[in-house]
Design a protein around this ligand. Structure first.
Ligand SMILES: [Zn+2]
Length: 358
């Protein structure tokens, strides 16, 4: 059993890990029965103790079941740790369909990130020569229409849609395991969720489920791509100064990540000035993406979170997250590109007001 903390839901962080580690039993295999936090903590503990782990997924809520990574918060900072992929993953369709609906809707939010994460991966391939694997990137393509084109089937928990959703979550974790990074399933859209989690750690307010926040982040990232695609020939602006605003001052520990990121950003900045490469980027990434309108409609129709209020945030809180989310990850994403092109910070308020208020 994983304890609640401070009368809030359990969290996957160093404090809970240390607590569970004290009484970790001698075992040949660890079995996680649950979803996000339970799965990640078990994966992490099993890895530390050198034993395999398996998972029984009780809800279609996130894609980490099959991945080798753990995404805990350590000393207040959202981190990605390498562990080991599970020996086996089980899901009982009736159990998954009977889970609280907000968990299923969160799973949709996590998997709907795919067009953004794939485009971000392609962007890093073109501008930074990162390896791009077509097979991994297309692993869930055949499942996508089952939930993306008929989100109402998720809302009414139609068995076929539920099965497609849990399979898509499993395969998207497998894609991460195959390639060894989170690139196939986590791009700029995930940064909004990670940043909101970190802000909660700092001011003690609750945050929402990972996938619900990722769904909202996917709308923001798709809106950024839409603006980027309007640029036929870029004239990159100056690299953004480190502004010491409210959250900037409090997220001191992310500064190191931000500094380490500068060399990759410089490479990218030089490359995007190259006209042919920019056109290649537009040609390759446009077909991978969905518009913010399509993403929002899918989430809305499915009954998933798609506004600031849905994820329990004020407009200003989401704005703070949008303006700082590029600071927390070394690998560049659409959010960095938007800063480089001068789309951010200016467009942040407009995007929130247009897409995330109603
Ligand atoms: Zn995710």
């Amino acid at each position: 059993m994983i304890p609640d903390r401070d009368s809030k839901s359990p969290v996957c962080d160093d404090i809970t890990f240390d607590h569970l580690d004290l009484d970790f039993p001698h075992a040949d295999v660890a079995l996680a029965v649950g979803c996000g936090v339970v799965c990640d903590l078990t994966k992490w503990l099993a890895f530390k103790h050198g034993i395999p782990f398996a998972v029984l997924a009780t809800a279609a809520t996130m894609n980490g079941f099959t991945s080798a990574n753990v995404a805990p918060t350590i000393r207040g900072v959202k981190t990605l740790l390498a562990a080991r992929a599970p020996l086996a993953v089980f899901a009982v369709p009736s159990l998954v369909a009977g889970a609280p609906f907000e968990l299923t809707a969160a799973g949709l939010g996590d998997v709907i990130a795919k067009p953004i994460s794939t485009a971000d991966w392609m962007m890093n391939h073109l501008f930074r020569e990162e390896h791009f694997c077509r097979t991994c990137s297309e692993l869930i393509n055949s499942l996508e229409p089952c939930y993306f084109d008929c989100p109402e089937h998720i809302r009414c928990r139609r068995p076929q849609a539920m099965e497609a959703l849990i399979q898509a979550l499993f395969y998207s974790g497998i894609a991460m395991t195959m390639i060894g990074t989170s690139a196939p399933a986590s791009g700029g859209e995930h940064l909004l969720s990670h940043t909101l989690d970190m802000m909660s750690g700092l001011d003690g307010r609750n945050h929402d489920l990972h996938g619900r926040q990722v769904g909202v982040g996917t709308i923001v990232a798709a809106a950024l791509y839409e603006k980027i695609f309007e640029i036929a020939s870029p004239e990159p602006g100056a690299f953004p100064a480190l502004d010491r605003t409210f959250w900037g001052e409090r997220m001191e520990s992310v500064r190191q990540q931000y500094d380490q990121k500068i060399p990759s950003m410089e490479t990218m900045r030089l490359k995007i000035r190259h006209g042919d490469l920019w056109r290649d980027f537009l040609d390759q990434c446009r077909p991978l993406l969905r518009t913010p309108k399509q993403i929002k409609q899918c989430l809305q129709t499915a009954g998933a979170a798609h506004t600031c209020a849905d994820i329990g945030c004020s407009r200003d809180r989401v704005l703070a997250a949008v303006l700082h989310m590029h600071e927390i990850r070394k690998r560049p994403t659409v959010v960095d590109l938007a800063w480089m092109l001068g789309i951010l910070p200016a467009a942040a308020e407009e995007i929130i007001d247009r897409w995330l208020i109603r």
